[in-house]
Write a protein that binds this ligand. Structure first.
Ligand code: ADP
Length: 442
């Protein structure tokens, strides 16, 4: 059964139940009016009035008498049949009928039938006739009205409820079908750029549509990034593979002396080494991005750690670059040493690679509020402002650095990934021709 039908049936059933409750309630409240004994009411009212009537100081006391009660109208006449008091409606003038004490009669008046009951009270000084009149259709009238209303209005009410509930359910759930259609067409086809773009409909569905659109957006982004990554990775691996194959071919056809073979092997080894590094970096990056590996963090002395990393690095310099280290002592932080050494290594390596001959590199560490700030600054070639964001992308390299320094374009992507893994942030400021400052906030 569809949700629409369920909702509609539920609402209709509830309205039906409500009507039944109201009906029962009305019937119970008016049970005396509907199901009581009207003739008894007539006789009782007249007799009670007969009991209560008083004649004092030449006047009747009307205050305690009931001229109307539950459909019974009472009139009071003197001994001569003169009307003293009445509450009868104009069309119910029963004054012309003879008085017959304590007899229940049925009389016809203006085509209507009435019960009539008279009582005479002898008050010694004077006497009084009390006449009660009651329409014979009195009780059935209320019941009939209720039944007619119930029989005619209830089906109309139920039909309106069913129709209204169905319409609301249909209109409310229509956007859901659009969402399903859009999701199906996106998952069936190869076009990930489709969006639901629900502009009308209930607020909840618009929010659902927006949530789906955001999800599709992310999926598309991820998918495109992955595709770009796969194509970049294969492109990067293709160069060393081609070199290796070409070198093998050359060696097989041209090389003669052991020296020639040795040269070829060196080339192949270098390219193999490059491929191995690339694959290793890719693997680490992917693992970190997908959270495959857990890297334990511990609190340690960051100052000492950075000093030891810089020391190791200094020995690799071949450009005559001066390394200036200014590290505040005793800065502590939570980090994973293996990962963080990769950050420092990559930043220093870039500073050397893109630094000028006999230039300078400054490494500074200091504490600021709750954070540890690490700056790696060089006075090298700098970065073009248009490339500031691109340098963090995997495999991206400025054209003039491509191939020259043997990099892969993965270093900074890795740096950012590791720093974010530590809950930190890495930024760069640079002026082309003057140098760059990379800042890591942990
Ligand atoms: P790689 O150094 O292997 O090419 P990276 O991801 O480390 O890859 O860097 C990406 C690009 O950012 C580099 O190719 C280079 O163009 C630029 N870059 C990185 N560090 C610096 C720097 N200190 N000075 C100038 N350019 C830099």
């Amino acid at each position: 059964m569809s949700a629409k039908l369920r909702m509609t049936l539920w609402v209709t059933l509830m309205v039906l139940l409500l009507c039944v409750f109201v009906l029962v309630f009305v019937l119970v409240l008016n049970s005396r009016e509907i199901a009581g004994d009207p003739i008894r009411d007539l006789v009782d009212t007249v007799l009670e009035n007969a009991n209560d009537v008083e004649f004092d100081n030449g006047h009747f006391q009307w205050d305690d008498l009931r001229v109307y009660r539950r459909g019974v109208y009472c009139s009071f006449y003197d001994n001569e049949g003169q009307l003293l008091l009445s509450a009868n409606r104009e069309d119910m003038d029963v004054s012309n009928f003879d008085f017959q004490p304590n007899v229940l009669r049925t009389v016809s008046l203006n085509g209507e039938k009435y019960y009539l009951y008279d009582a005479y009270v002898d008050l010694t000084i004077t006497g009084i006739w009390i006449r009660g009149v009651l329409s014979t259709t009195n009780n059935t009238g209320v019941m009939q009205t209720i039944m007619v209303l119930t029989v005619t209005l209830l089906p109309v009410l139920l039909a309106l409820t069913f129709g209204g509930a169905w319409l609301i359910a249909y209109l409310s759930l229509r956007p859901m079908e659009r969402i399903v259609d859009a999701a199906n067409s996106i998952s069936d086809g190869s076009d990930l750029s489709g969006r639901i773009q629900l502009e009308r409909g209930p607020k909840e569905f618009r929010r659902l549509g927006q949530a789906f659109d955001r999800m599709f957006e992310r999926l598309e982004q991820d998918f495109l990034t992955e595709r770009q990554f796969a194509s970049d990775a294969s492109h990067e691996l293709r160069t060393p593979t081609t070199v290796i194959l070409a070198e093998c071919d050359r060696a097989r056809r041209k090389a003669r002396s052991p020296e020639d073979y040795r040269k070829s092997l060196t080339v192949i080894e270098e390219q193999g080494q490059r491929m191995s590094e690339l694959v290793q970096q890719l693997l680490e990056l992917t693992r970190m991005q997908h959270g495959v590996d857990r890297y334990p963090m511990r609190e340690a002395d960051l100052s000492t750690f950075i000093l030891s990393c810089c020391e190791e690095f200094q020995t690799l310099d071949s450009k005559g670059i001066q390394l200036h280290i200014d590290v505040t002592e005793g800065v502590r932080a939570r980090f994973n040493p293996a990962l963080l050494s990769r950050v420092i290594f990559n930043l220093l390596q870039n500073a050397y690679k893109y630094g000028k001959e006999n230039g300078n590199i400054w490494v500074r560490l200091r504490r600021e509020a709750e954070a540890a700030l690490l700056h790696v600054q060089d006075d090298g070639i700098g970065i073009d402002p248009t490339n500031m964001e691109k340098i963090w992308h995997r495999f991206w390299q400025a054209d003039d650095s491509r191939g020259v320094n043997g990099g892969s374009g993965l270093g900074l992507a890795m740096v950012r990934e590791i720093v974010e893994y530590h809950g930190g942030k890495v930024t760069v400021e640079s002026t082309p021709g003057q140098g760059s400052i990379f800042t890591v906030v942990l």
